[in-house]
Design a protein around this ligand. Structure first.
Ligand SMILES: Cc1cc2nc3c(=O)[nH]c(=O)nc-3n(C[C@H](O)[C@H](O)[C@H](O)COP(=O)(O)OP(=O)(O)OC[C@H]3O[C@@H](n4cnc5c(N)ncnc54)[C@H](O)[C@@H]3O)c2cc1C
Length: 448
């Protein structure tokens, strides 16, 4: 039987980050990661296996950080956790721990739609062999239906389109794709880009049944229409993988994740949890949150890993920051959209600005960048922002997220010192985030 100071279950975004953090904060401790896969996929890279990388092997996380950081790796399935004995059983081995981190992630939601188990219907499992089979299936597919128009659905749609000549249709229940994270005007722009790339979109459409006997043949919508399909992809979200935690009697939260406090400690004082398997609360008001993102997983893992033998870090809740792109068209979101902020009950001031991301605008590589920032009307604190632009969008939205997390006000942002360069950024005179704050200040003073 092995005995280790720190054992982490799970070797993806949360597990590896928790182990690396434990190593940095506790150099003398023996750290072991147990994970079930031989090779771990880069989860966010999965859609790009299909049209861009063209091979699941090219989307694998390297194991080099384990050896480089003196972290032991055991490739085995943990089948049982005995919390009284601080012991876990992993395939043929048993391991005793002093501190345990649960980073068991999530599993794709399987909807209660008749026919979801027919051959040719795929959920997005983070499993290399499964994705190899999906890749082969999609290479031969003529009609592909994607159920769910969130970021995974649209990224898959575009990548499948790149593979060849399949007819690709996204079916989304909400009035727009991406509408859980973007205000309508951004969603509409993305839908136009998808349509321009030959992707059909059916919004406000409910799937009634997936049809076919031996193989999938079509998808029936509740309005009676039928879409031909020889492959169907389910991209409708994920649920926390908590089987092991439940069996071990750890407390489970309202959204189905392992209950944790702000230090990422579970109901057991020796067990921490982080990533998709852990329950989350929103940064805005502290209500339970169903968000599951790699950005949240690694933040929680840095907190769990640092707190293992003494609390130093705290989780203030999920802001929800991420970006997506289709071709050169990128969208980023952080915090609350205008619609969400109003639903939360905030009185808001909204500022939208648009301009070139180079100065002068004739510089090579110029792209128009739009930023919408949402501020609380009374305090002027930024609640969220959305960006539409080019590849710089991914980093711009991270700056917005910093402002949200630090509860910066319109005045803080208007006087924020931003670095600019003609070939790299927008003009300092109209830098989007700063400019949006100035516009919001004018609105708050009733000048506009
Ligand atoms: C297609 C796709 C695209 C995405 N794109 C983005 C993106 O662009 N940006 C973003 O922020 N997020 C994205 N996400 C979400 C992101 O991938 C997840 O939030 C992230 O993977 C969570 O990491 P995790 O380590 O908590 O869980 P997981 O990645 O689910 O990993 C769980 C780990 O635990 C292991 N495990 C579970 N049970 C056991 C057991 N009993 N024994 C041993 N090992 C076990 C698994 O094998 C795995 O190693 C995407 C997700 C998908 C599916």
């Amino acid at each position: 039987m092995k005995e280790r100071d720190v054992v982490v279950i799970g070797g993806s975004a949360a597990g590896l980050t928790a182990a690396l953090t434990a190593r940095r904060h506790y150099p003398s401790k023996r750290v072991l990661v147990v994970r079930r896969e031989e090779q771990v996929l880069v989860p966010c890279g999965i859609p790009y296996i299909f049209g861009t990388l063209k091979d699941p092997e090219k989307n694998v996380m390297p194991d080099a950080p384990y050896e480089a950081n003196n972290i032991e790796l055991l490739k085995a399935d943990v089948t049982e956790l005995d919390r009284d004995k601080k012991l876990l059983h992993a395939s043929a081995e048993s391991v005793r721990y002093d501190r345990l981190v649960m980073a068991t992630g999530s599993l794709p939601i399987m909807p209660p739609i008749p026919g979801f188990d027919i051959d040719g219907v795929f959920a997005i499992q983070k499993d290399i062999d499964y994705l190899r089979r999906l890749f082969e299936r999609l290479q031969a597919a003529k009609d592909v239906v994607i159920i769910g128009g969130g970021f995974i659905g649209i990224e898959f749609a575009d990548e499948i389109k790149k593979m060849g000549n399949a007819n690709v249709t996204i079916v989304e229940m909400m009035p727009h794709c991406l509408s859980l994270a973007y205000d309508d005007e951004f969603c509409v722009e993305m839908e136009e880009v998808l349509a321009s790339r030959g992707i059909a979109i059916k919004t406000a459409a409910k799937v009634e049944q997936i049809q076919g006997r031996d193989h999938v043949k079509s998808v029936l919508l509740s309005d009676g229409s039928e879409i031909m399909a020889d492959a169907v992809i389910l991209g409708i979200g994920a649920v926390a993988n908590v089987d092991l935690a439940k069996k071990a009697g750890l407390r489970i939260g309202l959204t189905g994740g392992i209950a944790v406090d702000q230090t990422m400690l579970t109901s057991d004082p020796s067990v921490f949890a982080c990533g998709d398997c852990a329950e989350k609360i929103s940064f805005f008001g502290g209500r339970p949150s169903g968000l599951k993102l790699a950005s949240i997983a690694q933040m929680e893992a840095r907190i769990a890993g640092a707190n293992l033998f003494g609390i130093t870090r705290q989780n203030y809740g999920t802001v929800g920051v991420w970006s997506t792109c289709v071709g050169d068209f990128a969208l980023g979101t952080a915090g609350l959209t205008e619609a969400m902020a109003r639903q939360h009950g905030y009185d808001v001031v909204v500022a939208t600005v648009e301009g070139p991301n180079r100065h002068p605008g004739g510089m090579p590589g110029m792209a128009q960048t739009k930023m919408k920032a949402v501020f609380e009307a009374n305090s002027g604190v930024i609640l969220g922002g959305q960006v539409r632009g080019d590849t710089a969008t991914g980093e711009m939205i991270n700056a917005v997220s910093a402002g949200v997390q630090k509860r910066m006000t319109v005045e803080d942002i208007a006087t924020f010192q931003i670095g600019t360069h003609p070939a790299l950024t927008a003009s300092p005179v109209v830098y989007p985030l700063v400019n949006a704050a100035e516009v919001a200040i004018s609105k708050m003073r009733g000048r506009v």
